[in-house]
Design a protein around this ligand. Structure first.
Ligand SMILES: Cc1cc2nc3c(=O)[nH]c(=O)nc-3n(C[C@H](O)[C@H](O)[C@H](O)COP(=O)(O)OP(=O)(O)OC[C@H]3O[C@@H](n4cnc5c(N)ncnc54)[C@H](O)[C@@H]3O)c2cc1C
Length: 484
């Protein structure tokens, strides 16, 4: 079994260099996923100088682990936004999803991008207890003139799509390369410092990029925004598997919250997403995977996280006059990331945009109306404290041991005659990391940073590694750890 996303099996073709020297630009985009590249695409003809930096390889973040449905039937969403935020916001969100899907279609056609874009019928399957919610969702979509059908507690639409997210991104990469726009891979921004005319961004705490405006398209931002993201979001983790099928269909389906089961097909594979949970809960990753994989002939198995916002609307817009953000897509980022490009371009050009107000990151939120989200957000504190107190997990394998080194807890994993020694605190805000025995990663249960067993950070927000340098280790001084 391949413990990675099915989309990564066909590796990307175009590569970009690592930034080696200081740079001055008008606009810096941080993050090379679908958000970063859709923003870059929109800025192709700007007279300003633009540069995009990606910490790893383009597209290998959350985008590479999605199920890649382009679909506006997303669960009980519009009727919920209508109740909790207002009808206008629900309409705007629906419009954004349809426009985002159309943007993908237009670009694929215009640039002849071979990304297996396919029209499919999509189903939203509700249970008996969802009867009222399904009816409300149906009525809302009907009022907005969408061609939606209802049979029992199931809704269906025909104008939805599936595609290969990395092949689509490859098409955008090609266009950007032809335009000779500066893109750098393996270039991590570790610090942002405000200057009088913009920002000074540090790469690996060394090289500087000075930019008048900076766009955070890096999923969960690496710098702290204490009264913003932790209060208004939580992170949802889901598990995805792909197995061979003889019954591939031109359709997708999703069930309603909380036991979400989402399906699509890709060639002769059936792709299933399930087991979604707030990242703070269900820390036993081995159990989470095993529950889902019983008796299945799985070829690909992976997990992925996305940012859920309290009012189910994305965060796209200004954080301050020179800093912009595009994130919080509530697991529907394929279309929303395309819209992010359009919004950010308009904002940079000081043009009005119809989505600007509703998606503004610092919009006011009536958190009292969003009880479930409030509870989910509170779990952040639970995971931080509970997990910090209990570092040794009974479910961990025997070849994983913990010790104290210079006052810090370190973990030692023995595998194939090798030892992998890492710090167990996430460098982002110090949450205790969880060992994910299936994917062999150290995962942060607070903000979803991930590190490989060697201790290299493979996913933010952490900008730093957890590897314990051999030179710092004096094996004799390792004291066994006690639970506090
Ligand atoms: C299980 C799952 C299934 C999903 N399925 C769907 C679906 O079917 N349809 C749909 O519409 N959406 C889906 N989504 C949501 C969608 O995948 C995401 O919303 C979208 O891919 C986010 O794109 P992004 O570019 O914002 O983030 P990313 O793809 O994560 O890109 C951000 C990039 O920024 C880089 N970065 C981070 N920090 C730094 C730094 N300090 N310096 C430089 N670079 C940095 C990262 O390495 C990364 O490559 C799913 C999400 C999940 C979790």
């Amino acid at each position: 079994m391949n413990q990675n996303s099915i989309w990564l099996k066909e590796k990307e073709k175009l590569e970009f260099p690592k930034l080696q020297e200081d740079k001055i630009v008008d606009i810096l985009i941080i993050g090379g996923g679908l958000s970063g590249f859709s923003i870059l695409y929109e800025l192709l003809n700007t007279k300003k100088t633009v540069c995009l930096v990606e910490r790893n390889k383009i597209g290998e973040g959350v985008t590479s682990k999605s199920t890649a449905k382009l679909n506006y039937l997303q669960g009980i969403v519009y009727s919920k936004i209508k109740k909790e935020v207002g009808e206008e916001s629900a309409k705007i969100y629906l419009e954004s999803q349809i426009e985002g899907i159309n943007l993908v279609k237009e670009r694929v056609k215009k640039h002849n991008i071979d990304c297996e874009l396919e029209e499919v019928t999509s189903f939203l399957i509700g249970s008996e207890k969802d009867k009222k919610n399904i009816e409300e969702e149906y009525l809302f979509l009907k009022e907005q003139n969408r061609d939606v059908k209802k049979e029992g507690n199931t809704l269906s639409i025909k104008d939805s799509y599936t595609f290969h997210p990395l092949k689509y991104l490859e098409g955008l990469k090609q266009i950007v390369k032809e335009k000779k726009i500066d893109v750098y891979e393996n270039t991590i921004i570790t610090k942002l410092e405000k200057t009088k005319d913009g920002y000074c961004c540090k790469v690996n705490d060394e090289i500087k990029i000075k930019a008048k405006q900076v766009i955070l398209a890096c999923h969960y931002p690496f710098m702290l925004l204490p009264f913003f993201l932790p209060v208004r979001t939580y992170i949802e983790k889901s598990y995805v598997m792909a197995k061979k099928t003889k019954n591939s269909k031109k359709e997708t389906s999703i069930t309603t919250y909380p036991n979400i089961l989402s399906k699509r097909f890709y060639k002769d594979y059936e792709i299933t997403l399930s087991g979604s949970h707030n990242i703070c809960n269900k820390l036993n990753e081995k159990e989470n995977f095993e529950k889902l994989t019983k008796n299945e002939k799985i070829e690909y198995l992976w997990s992925n996280e996305d940012i859920m916002t309290s009012d189910h609307l994305p965060f796209i817009g200004f954080i301050d006059e020179n800093l912009l953000l595009a994130t919080g897509y509530n697991t529907w980022g394929m279309a929303t990331s395309q819209i992010a490009g359009v919004i950010i371009k308009d904002l940079l050009e000081k043009k009005a945009n119809k989505y600007q107000k509703v998606f503004a990151p610092y919009r006011s939120m009536n958190l009292g109306k969003m009880k479930q989200y409030g509870l989910n957000v509170l779990s952040n504190i639970k995971s931080f404290t509970e997990n910090k107190l209990k570092k040794e997990k009974s479910w961990y394998p025997k070849n994983l041991t913990f010790s104290i080194h210079n006052g810090k807890t370190i973990a030692k994993l023995k595998e194939d005659d090798k030892e992998y020694i890492v710090y167990t605190a996430c460098p982002h805000v110090g949450c205790t990391l969880i060992f994910n025995e299936i994917e062999k990663t150290w995962d942060c249960p607070c903000h979803a940073s991930r590190f490989n067993k060697e201790g290299e950070c493979i996913k933010g927000p952490s900008a730093y590694n957890i590897k314990v340098m051999d030179s710092l280790l004096d094996q004799n001084k390792l004291a066994p750890e006690k639970d506090v």
